[in-house]
Design a protein around this ligand. Structure first.
Ligand code: MLT
Length: 241
């Protein structure tokens, strides 16, 4: 079985999706925020590509909240930004959230044709690994695992790649890997003892720090605190049951 890592997502991922479990990673911050929202009682997250699409969709889902960012800042008129600290139980409990982010929701939508699309972050990595063991055991027809790093506007993103490296490292399966998977494991092994500081030095984190989102970075680097596997089901992100 093959495990591949892709550095970013657009329609070019389409040929890779068949018979794969796709794991989308956007550590800073979309998939970390989605895991947090579900842990805090949100009913479902609907990933959309643009603010306009989000506003139009809300007309059909009364009571839904709008969440997301552009250039890491909350979109004007939206209820929530893309900070995990926006998604507290008092705001998101029992709600459906229509969400658009620059890279994360775009990667999820690009992967939507795959038979299984899961969302990973450092916060829920252990649960992803345990669910992968179970899933691969009971779905023998699957050909491999495809990890899509959401990237930063089609560019390489260090936090996503380190998270992919940790996932493969801790999966401890004898899998064939592509070059970026090998590189991700090497980077993770170099960075793992000082992960927060390495991530803080990345382009994306530095931009977030300029906007005073330091605590988001620290939180998004926390490992294995949320036992949740978010999956895409009929266009909505919900818990894996
Ligand atoms: C994205 O989807 O591009 C990110 O989550 C951006 C951010 O840091 O809010």
């Amino acid at each position: 079985m093959l495990i591949e890592v892709l550095p970013s997502a657009n329609l070019s991922v389409l040929p890779y999706l068949q018979n794969k479990i796709v794991i989308v990673i956007d550590v800073l911050r979309a998939t970390s925020t989605m895991v947090t929202a579900l842990a805090n009682g949100c009913q479902a997250i609907i990933p959309v590509l643009t603010p306009e699409e989000a506003i139009e969709k809300r007309l059909m889902i009364p009571g839904a909240l709008l969440g997301g960012e552009r250039k890491a800042i909350k979109i004007e008129g939206f209820d929530l930004g893309n900070s995990p600290f926006d998604y507290v139980p008092e705001k998101v409990g029992g709600k459906r959230i229509i969400m658009t982010t620059t890279n994360g929701t775009r990667a999820i939508r690009a992967a939507a044709e795959a038979p299984h699309v899961w969302m990973a972050s450092f916060l829920n990595l252990q649960s992803i690994i345990l669910s992968l063991y179970r899933h691969l055991e009971s779905n023998r027809n699957l050909e491999g695992i495809l990890i899509i790093c959401a990237g930063t506007e089609d560019r390489f993103d260090l936090p996503d790649t380190l998270c992919a490296g940790m996932l493969i490292d801790q999966l401890r399966l004898d899998l064939e890997v592509n070059d970026l998977a090998k590189a991700a494991m090497m980077l993770y092994s170099l960075a793992k003892d000082d992960l927060v500081n390495v991530i803080r030095s990345s382009d994306h984190a530095r931009r977030l720090m300029e906007l005073e989102f330091d605590r988001d970075i620290i939180y998004c680097c926390t490992q294995n605190i949320l036992p949740i596997v978010p999956v895409l089901k009929e266009g909505e992100i919900v818990w894996l049951t």
